[in-house]
Design a protein around this ligand. Structure first.
Ligand SMILES: [Zn+2]
Ligand SMILES: [Zn+2]
Length: 246
């Protein structure tokens, strides 16, 4: 990881537009109106930004204690993906931010998240060398209701900085899945397996999956499995937030 100071300076810059005059943008972390219309977050939140640092699970990137190589989930059932990372811990502040982003019309937060994915994930991207960025798809019914796919906006923002193409036609969510919260790991996988389809040709490709949050990893596991089965050479993931086993 790079020096946090340089990165937060870059996050504070952003880019402005005349639309800011009509729709003042808000800080994605404290939700106050940004005084500097070019900034992606406010100076206070920039100073208090805590991307995950220190010991991480070698596979999924969840924080672990120094002596551990893998987290509890990856020890019990390692996902089909090669490796993945989340930038921020999915704590109360981030939960609230993501909720505003997805359900309360704060689409603009994708710019901060996408930039953070790039700035804090670029060392990892240099190692993984993905050919293509693929957002986790949303079922059409959910897409219609929400108006946008939160993962797709993140993928597009990341692509702008990383210079890697986005492919939104490789995966499809053909069946709506019920809430996963009450299901155990096996139930989640079963529920998801039939929901996603590989509709493009991932043959020989190094794929980077993008989503807003990684919790149990069932979605990433199921998607990686399906992509590898269809000939993808490697599957990685990057998410804005990641849960913790601790
Ligand atoms: Zn703020
Ligand atoms: Zn893990």
């Amino acid at each position: 990881m790079r020096s946090s100071k340089n990165v937060t300076a870059l996050l504070e810059q952003g880019y402005g537009s005349f639309l800011n005059l009509l729709y003042p943008r808000r800080c994605p972390l404290c939700h106050r109106i940004l005084k500097d219309s070019h900034a992606l977050i406010c100076p206070e939140c920039a100073g208090d930004l805590r991307p995950i640092q220190g010991a991480r699970c070698y596979k999924c990137g969840k924080p672990v204690s120094e002596e551990e190589e893998y987290c509890r989930d990856c020890k019990a059932a390692p996902g089909a993906f090669d490796q993945g990372r989340g930038i921020f811990l999915y704590d109360d502040r981030m939960k609230y931010s993501i909720m505003k982003y997805k359900y309360f019309g704060c689409r603009e937060y994708s710019r901060f998240y996408g930039r953070a994915l790039y700035l804090y994930g670029r060392d990892q991207l240099a190692l993984w060398k993905p050919d293509v960025i693929v957002p986790v798809p949303l079922h059409w019914r959910k897409l219609r209701k929400r108006g946008f796919n939160q993962a797709e906006l993140l993928a597009e923002e990341l692509a702008k900085s990383a210079g890697i193409p986005v492919d939104v036609s490789l995966l499809k969510k053909s069946r709506a899945t019920r809430s996963q919260k009450k299901l155990d790991a096996a139930g989640r996988k079963k529920n998801l397996k039939k929901a996603f389809q590989v509709v493009g040709n991932p043959s020989g490709m190094r794929i980077l999956l993008i989503d807003d949050v990684y919790t149990t990893g069932s979605t990433m596991d199921v998607l990686a499995h399906a992509l590898l089965e269809k000939g993808a050479s490697h599957v990685f993931f990057l998410t804005v937030c990641i849960g913790s086993n601790r």
